[in-house]
Design a protein around this ligand. Structure first.
Ligand code: GDP
Ligand code: IMO
Ligand code: MG
Length: 423
């Protein structure tokens, strides 16, 4: 019986969707514990590509139950679109998807405020999905939760109260048009009709499942360096993608977690603003973007690309408690003559002992690189670790040692079949 947390170890888009899909064959339940439709998790089955934003990537395995935990913020439109898309592809959702009654709802004003914030001087480069403003309301204790949909009168009251404040803000501070309260009430009442059947007491459901010996995979969104507490603040998302967030975002207690898997891209990418020490602003960065198809699965924005950062990984391994790693997109490095790996940072000539996770510290850090020879041969058809070229194995051994982790899974392409276990 396993209760495994799967986390993004860098700045998101490490290939979590692919590995969740792969591993979920061996799990009974897959649960999302934070974030919202800012996530874009890609799964490729045969030649069909699915991009999941809110529903756990386990939905593509017919025997798996999928759960959206209380830590997730739910955009009704995004959820309904996703359910529709799955149904169109003959993937059964009813009876296989449960949503926590304590998850918060993204409201139209959250998306509007997200875009207004991004049009000012303090841009984060958000996905524009209303994530930050929704979590603000959650912590300000003004949020509207899934459970509120069940009581029409109190739902209306809550929407009216919120709208009064938000419309004041829109009109007086931002000089924007106000939102129509009746329209919003209508939209959310309508949403309730569709979503009722999915609502569940998730902590009870998951803990009962554990006591019955079922196994659970907790699917993180984003990545450790985008964590509100441990990431490169303020250039982060507004939730806790780190493994610790899996407990508070699902209702599974810490002593029930059995292991933590880190998803690690063989190089580094980041979308949006913020420091990125190993970023390549030259043709090598362009090569990574082109070969790795590094364009956002949610927004389509080009991802910033750079070399592997083992110093960052050491930090990520520490805060997440990563037991084992799945390395993804190793094939993308196949054409490089030489490959660099960042093994440390210095500031003003002084070698740093620990990772500076504050934005200013990280911006002034200089990278220390080791250079490894490239393997210059395609590896996408390799079916086992032993088939990899020696130089590829050397690269894996090097990053594992420098980053302080153990590699158990290697991915050499987007398909399920392009993956193998190391032992
Ligand atoms: P996630 O947000 O962590 O689930 O990752 P994304 O889906 O946003 O981005 C990962 C992208 O890389 C997707 O387009 C995947 O299909 C693709 N991908 C995953 N693993 C591999 C791999 O090993 N090699 C290559 N070339 N592509 C991969
Ligand atoms: P997955 O789960 C990569 C980034 C945004 C921005 C910052 C804040 O697919 O790995 P937000 O909309 O969350 O307020 O934006 O976080 N970001 C992601 N980057 N992958 C993601 O998700 C991301 N979700 C948010 O680009 O820099
Ligand atoms: Mg993604």
């Amino acid at each position: 019986m396993k209760v495994t947390v799967l986390v993004g170890s860098q700045w998101g888009d490490e290939g979590k969707g692919k590995i969740v899909d792969l591993l979920s064959e061996k799990y009974d339940i897959v649960t999302r514990y934070q974030g919202g439709a800012n996530a874009g998790h890609t799964v490729v089955i045969a030649d069909k590509q699915y991009i999941l934003h809110l529903i756990p990537s386990g939905i593509l395995r017919e025997n798996v139950i999928c759960v959206i935990g209380n830590g997730v913020v739910i955009d009704p439109n995004a959820l309904l679109e996703e359910i529709e898309l799955l149904k169109k592809n003959n993937i059964e959702v009813d009876g296989r998807l449960y949503i926590s009654q304590n998850a918060h709802l993204i409201m139209p004003y959250h998306k509007l405020l997200d875009s207004i914030n991004e049009s000012g001087n303090n841009k984060i480069g958000t996905t524009g999905r209303g994530i930050g403003p929704c979590y603000i309301d959650k912590y300000a204790r003004k949020g509207i939760k899934i459970v509120d949909l069940l009581n029409r009168k109190s739902l209306e009251e809550k929407i009216r109260q919120n709208l009064e404040e938000k419309n004041n803000l829109l009109k007086k501070v931002y000089e924007r048009e106000v939102l129509d309260v009746e329209e919003i009430i209508k939209e959310y009442v309508e949403f309730d009709k569709t979503i009722d059947k999915y609502i569940k007491d998730v902590p009870l459901f998951l803990n009962q499942a554990i006591s019955e010996g079922k196994s659970i995979l907790l699917e993180g969104a984003q990545g450790a360096l985008l964590d509100i507490d441990f990431g490169t603040y303020p250039f982060v998302t507004s939730s806790n993608p780190v493994s610790g967030g899996a407990c508070t975002g699902s209702g599974i207690p810490p002593n029930k977690i059995t292991d933590v898997i880190g998803i690690v891209k063989a190089y580094t990418t980041r979308v949006g603003h913020g420091p990125f020490p190993t970023e390549l602003l030259d043709e090598q960065g362009e090569q990574l973007r082109k070969t790795g198809a590094e364009y956002g699965a949610t927004t389509g924005r080009p991802r910033r690309c750079g070399w592997f950062d083992a110093f960052l990984l050491k930090y990520s391994v520490m805060i997440n408690g990563i037991d084992s790693v799945a390395i993804t997109k190793l094939d993308v490095l196949s054409d490089f003559e030489e490959i660099k790996v960042c093994v440390g940072y210095s500031i003003n000539g002084k070698t740093l002992k620990s990772f500076p996770n504050d934005s200013d510290g990280l911006s002034s850090a200089k990278t220390v690189y080791e250079t490894l020879p490239g393997w210059k041969t395609g590896i996408s058809d390799c079916k086992s670790y032993s088939e990899l070229p020696q130089k590829t194995k050397d690269y894996l051994n090097f990053i594992a040692k420098a980053g302080g982790f153990k590699i158990d899974i290697v991915s050499v392409g987007p398909k399920r079949s392009q993956t193998f276990f190391v032992n």
